[in-house]
Ligand binder design. Structure first.
Ligand SMILES: CC(C)(COP(=O)(O)OP(=O)(O)OC[C@H]1O[C@@H](n2cnc3c(N)ncnc32)[C@H](O)[C@@H]1OP(=O)(O)O)[C@@H](O)C(=O)NCCC(=O)NCCS
Length: 159
């Protein structure tokens, strides 16, 4: 049977395995380390800056990557809250096998259920030159807004 890709909320039992995941050479300029993502999610949830959810990308029962989403409060009066997909990686040993695409499709399906409350759209961003991530996001329905988040290109998709 073909291995199944699924997203599962990470638990403390997964921590050691998540911390063994590795990027390929040169990819560390595209995404923050997983240690940073986990620490940031803890801090954001204790301060209420945003509501994070960090999902493991599982291949059968093995964690092979990570996707982090956030529910962001409205930025200005009259705006709606929105979702952000702010971290996405697949371990270098499992890349180029269709896992990233399937995980992203599942994350988008999950976001359409508005799991953390109302949200008008999902935003993501990528470093200029990250052509693999860019192509994947655009193929799955994101559109560039022309804005930058720091030095990253912002893309959004209505929910
Ligand atoms: C982006 C990333 C998550 C994709 O994961 P993945 O499991 O390798 O993705 P897939 O196997 O589903 O491939 C998706 C597409 O990218 C292409 N691709 C993936 N890696 C590639 C590579 N090294 N070179 C060329 N094309 C590549 C695949 O061919 C596929 O295209 P296709 O469906 O048109 O054939 C992974 O490359 C990664 O972790 N990169 C480093 C972190 C990063 O950049 N994250 C995104 C931050 S915005």
């Amino acid at each position: 049977m073909e291995p199944q890709v699924s997203l599962r909320t990470l638990t403390t039992d997964d921590l050691s395995a998540v911390l063994t995941l590795e990027l390929a050479e040169g990819q560390d300029k595209f995404v923050a380390p997983n240690e940073y993502t986990l620490a940031e999610a803890y801090l954001a949830s204790t301060t209420g800056e945003f509501v994070p959810r960090v999902y493991g990308i599982f291949l059968d029962d093995a964690v092979v990557g990570l996707i982090a989403i956030a529910h962001q409060p409205a930025e200005n009066e009259g705006d709606e809250p929105f979702y952000e997909m702010y971290r996405f990686m697949v371990d270098r040993r499992h890349q180029r096998r269709g896992i990233g695409r399937r995980a992203l499709e599942q994350a988008i399906a999950l976001l359409r259920t508005k799991p953390l409350g109302p949200g008008s759209h999902v935003a993501t961003s990528f470093v200029p030159g990250n052509d693999i991530a860019k192509a994947l996001y655009l193929q799955l329905g994101f559109r560039e807004t022309g804005e930058l988040d720091g030095d990253e290109i912002v893309a959004v998709m209505p929910l």
